[in-house]
Write a protein that binds this ligand. Structure first.
Ligand SMILES: [Zn+2]
Length: 477
C-alpha cells in the first residue's frame, strides 16, 4: 500500500528555495538572447548537478539548448518526462513596477517585503520577476521536490526525466527538429507538461488535450471594378452577399458545421470525459454576465470544446457609416479558423472544406484571378491555408491518467480534470509518433500576469507545486 510522504517545508527550506529561485530569476531569459540563454541552461545544470543528478544539453545549430535532467530508478522500465521551459516573454521595462529580472517579494497589498529576514513567509506573498510563473516555477519546484523526496528516504519507482526547453515563448520553432534528432531522449513513456496556470478557482487542473487549428483566407469576387449599385444591383453579383451565403452554408448559429462529412472523423467523447466535464465548476452564468450576452450558441462551454469549430475571424469589403458608398464591391474576404479535434487533422479538413466550396458552385484558385480566369468561371473563390497543426488528446481512462489524478488528490490537491483546452498548443509534437500519453499539469496562479508586466508567483502555488511533484515522483509507477 502506497503511503505518501506528507510534505512539510520548514522556514529554512522555504528560504533556501526562494534564494535559489531568486538567483535563477535574475538571469534574463529571452529566447533570442543567446549569451543569457546559455547562462540559464548552465544555471539549471548546476542546480541539478549539485543535487547529484546527471544533466546534459541537447543542441541544434542556432537554437537554445534543451536541458535534460535524468533521475534514474534502479530496475525501472518506464520513463516519465516532466517538461517546462526556461525562456520568457519579451518585456517592456517601463510597464514594470521594478525591473523584470530583479526579483522582488511583495505582500497581498503590494508592499515590498524583506523576505530574507522575515520570521515567517506568508503564503499569499508573491515573488515578482519575468518567468516567476511562466515557466521557471516548475523548474525550481522539481529541484525542491527531489530534495524533499531524498530527505524522506523515499525513491521514485519510475525513471524521471526533466526536459527544459529554451524557446517556448518564441513559438518552439525547433521543438519538432529536436524530437526528431533525439528520439532516444525525447520519446519517454509519457509526458507531463508543466506550463500555464491553475484554475481561476485556485484549484489545480489536469488537462488532457488541446484542439488543433488551421486558418484560411477566403476571397470571393464581384465585378473587376467597383460599380454603381443602382445601375447594376440585382444583375452584377455582389461579393459580400456571395461571401455571407458561402459562410452560412458552412456553419449554423449553434456552431454546427454544415460541411459534408465534417464530423465523420470526430471521435465520440468518452464517459470519463463527460464525467469530468460534469464535475468542472460551472462557469457559464458568470461568463454570460461578464461578456454581456443573454444567450449562447450551445449550452455547456466545456462540452462544446470537445467538438470542432469554425470561427469567422473577420470580414472585409467596402465601407460603412460616413465612408459608405452605393457601390458593388470588387471582392470580399473572410478570415477563418477551424479548431479541430481527434482524429481530424488540418489536411483531412482542408479537403472537406474545399469540396464544400466547390459544391456551392465555386472554382477554387490560389492567386488573384486575371481577366481570363474571371471570364472562365461563374464563381471564383481564392482560398489560402495557414500551416496549422493537429489536435492531441490523452484518454482520461488510462491507468496513468487515473494514477496522476489520484496522487494529486491524496496529496491534498484534487485536480479539476479538463478533457481538452479549447485553444491550440502543439501537444501533438510530444504525442507523435506513437500516441504517447501527454498531460498538462500547471502550478502557477491564474493571476500571475503571465506574458505581461509584473509577472509573479504566489508562494502558496509554489509550495503546492512542490507538494504535487513530490507525490508524483514518489507515487508514479
Ligand atoms: Zn509557458
Amino acid at each position: 500500500m502506497l503511503r505518501l510522504l506528507l510534505l512539510l517545508l520548514s522556514l529554512t527550506d522555504q528560504r533556501a528555495i526562494l534564494t535559489e529561485f531568486s538567483d535563477f530569476l535574475a538571469i534574463p531569459n529571452l529566447a533570442s538572447d543567446a549569451p543569457n540563454i546559455a547562462r540559464n541552461a548552465a544555471a539549471i545544470q548546476a542546480m541539478f548537478e549539485k543535487r547529484g543528478v546527471k544533466t546534459k544539453l541537447l543542441t541544434l545549430d542556432n537554437a537554445p539548448p534543451i536541458v535534460i535532467v535524468d533521475v534514474p530508478s534502479r530496475g525501472a522500465t518506464r520513463t516519465i518526462a516532466f517538461y517546462a521551459h526556461y525562456d520568457g516573454q519579451p518585456v517592456d521595462p517601463k510597464q514594470w513596477q521594478t525591473p523584470p529580472w530583479r526579483p522582488v517579494m511583495r505582500d497581498a497589498a503590494g508592499n515590498d517585503v524583506d523576505w530574507r529576514n522575515a520570521t515567517t513567509l506568508d503564503p499569499e506573498w508573491r515573488l515578482y520577476a519575468r518567468s516567476s510563473g511562466d515557466d521557471k516555477a516548475p523548474i525550481i519546484a522539481m529541484a525542491a521536490a527531489l530534495d524533499a523526496l531524498r530527505k524522506s528516504g523515499h525513491a521514485p519507482n519510475v525513471n524521471l526525466r526533466f526536459v527544459f526547453e529554451g524557446e517556448e515563448e518564441a513559438g518552439s520553432p525547433h521543438l519538432g527538429d529536436y524530437l526528431a534528432k533525439y528520439p532516444d531522449v525525447l520519446r519517454p513513456d509519457a509526458w507531463i507538461l508543466c506550463d500555464g496556470p491553475v484554475q481561476q478557482s485556485r484549484r489545480m487542473q489536469l488537462v488532457f488535450g488541446a484542439r488543433g487549428v488551421v486558418d484560411a483566407e477566403l476571397t470571393v469576387y464581384g465585378p473587376a471594378k467597383g460599380l454603381h449599385d443602382g445601375h447594376y444591383g440585382n444583375w452584377v453579383p455582389n461579393p459580400i452577399i456571395r461571401l455571407t451565403h458561402l459562410i452560412d452554408s458552412m456553419r449554423d448559429e449553434t456552431g454546427r458545421i454544415l460541411i459534408a462529412h465534417f464530423y465523420d472523423e470526430v471521435k465520440p467523447s468518452s464517459a470519463a470525459e463527460h464525467d469530468a466535464i460534469a464535475k468542472m465548476p460551472p462557469v457559464e452564468s458568470d461568463l454570460k454576465r461578464e461578456f454581456g450576452i443573454a444567450s449562447t450558441e450551445s449550452e455547456n462551454l466545456n462540452q462544446s470544446l470537445l467538438l470542432p469549430a469554425l470561427n469567422v475571424r473577420g470580414i472585409q469589403s467596402g465601407h460603412i457609416g460616413a465612408q459608405a458608398s452605393n457601390t458593388i464591391q470588387t471582392e470580399a474576404t473572410a478570415s477563418l479558423d477551424f479548431r479541430v479535434v481527434p482524429a481530424e487533422t488540418p489536411e483531412s479538413i482542408k479537403k472537406l472544406v474545399e469540396q464544400h466550396i466547390e459544391s456551392q458552385g465555386y472554382t477554387i484558385i490560389r492567386t488573384t484571378p486575371d481577366a481570363a480566369t474571371r471570364l472562365a468561371h461563374p464563381k471564383i473563390a481564392k482560398l489560402t491555408w495557414g500551416a496549422g497543426y493537429p489536435p492531441a488528446r490523452t484518454s482520461l481512462d488510462l491507468p496513468l491518467s487515473q494514477q496522476i489524478a489520484a496522487l494529486m488528490t491524496t496529496a491534498g490537491h484534487p485536480p479539476v480534470r479538463v478533457p481538452t483546452l479549447g485553444g491550440s498548443i502543439p501537444m501533438y509534437l510530444f504525442q507523435q509518433p506513437s500516441n504517447t500519453p501527454v498531460l498538462i499539469l500547471p502550478i502557477a496562479n491564474h493571476d500571475d500576469n503571465q506574458h505581461a508586466a509584473n509577472e509573479n508567483i504566489r508562494l502558496q502555488n509554489l509550495w503546492d507545486g512542490i507538494d504535487v511533484y513530490v507525490a508524483l515522483f514518489e507515487g508514479l509507477n
